[in-house]
Design a protein around this ligand. Sequence first.
Ligand code: UT7
Length: 313
Amino acid sequence: MDVGIKGFGAYAPEKVVENAYFETFLETSDEWISKMTGIKQRRWADEDEETSDLAYQASVRAIKDAGIEPTDIDMIIVATSTGDFPFPTVANILQDRLGIGKVASMDQLAACSGFMYAMINAKQFVQSGDYKNVLVVGADKLSKITDFTDRSTAILFGDGAGAVVIGEVSEGRGILSYELGSDGSGAEYLYLNPDNGKIFMNGREVFKFAVRIMGEASNNAVAKANLEPEDIDMFIPHQANIRIMESARERLGIPKEKMSVSVDKFGNTSAASIPLSIAQELENDRIKDDDVLVLVGFGGGLTWGAVTIRWGK
Ligand code: UT7
């Protein structure tokens, strides 16, 4: 059975925050942020707009795009590091709000790699034959855990959500290969600090790790699918920093125009960043049926995940 994306949807909150905003309270500049990260804007959810609200909007779109009813969903997996509550999960909240049947629902925590982990998790449930339509969501409201006194992280993060329905697709399409991994010895470089409830990051160390792992994981996934770099139509890396993305692209040997860049508009939205980038490319008609995409994420844990997929239902 070929398993892939049957429906797709994404959502970014309305409020746009420009780099200039940070100049008003931090020693930083639009110039530094643009040059060092590629970020120009990010979206922030309102105070009362929770991660489940972002996830809900993306899910409604994905279920509609799949041409199914909420009651056809038989499992929900939400990748998030910023659930509304420690428990119940965002997936629990979505089940009720979307009018899905009383199905299994769970959150998956692999930080910025979460969407890759959740997609692959869903794939196994479908491939086993036990489930038909698994709703997978990547949603994060990082603005609520951002340390606005730390200029090296305050400028990076944004809020958003993306959702897919994972199920059986036409022969030859869908998820072709994947590579997931983790290295807990790097936990100290990126974590939620229990003292203030905010993100702590050693940017330099994460940067070095990211450059290495994005290239490695993508190359491994491409090799597992028996593909060559020239077979890749679109490279969609986790939108953390344009310099990290560029160096991963070079390691993969893919031309510039085949890399998706949305970090300028959304900043780093963790589990939502890859689907938000897919949404942008779909809108611009840059992804077509049967295109081969390489998706790759990395993040806290440290964790990583790369997936090759032949697009189309
Ligand atoms: O989702 C995964 C998680 N995170 C990431 O992917 C982020 C990975 N890391 C990064 O993107 C980069 O490390 C940063 C963008 C965070 C920083 O860039 P960098 O090239 O690693 O710079 P750095 O941390 O070595 O800092 C260089 C200088 C420092 O000043 P000094 O010590 O050289 O005087 C920083 O204090 O830049 C300074 N700096 C800033 N200056 C202006 C740090 N943040 C800022 C800022 N504005 N916002």
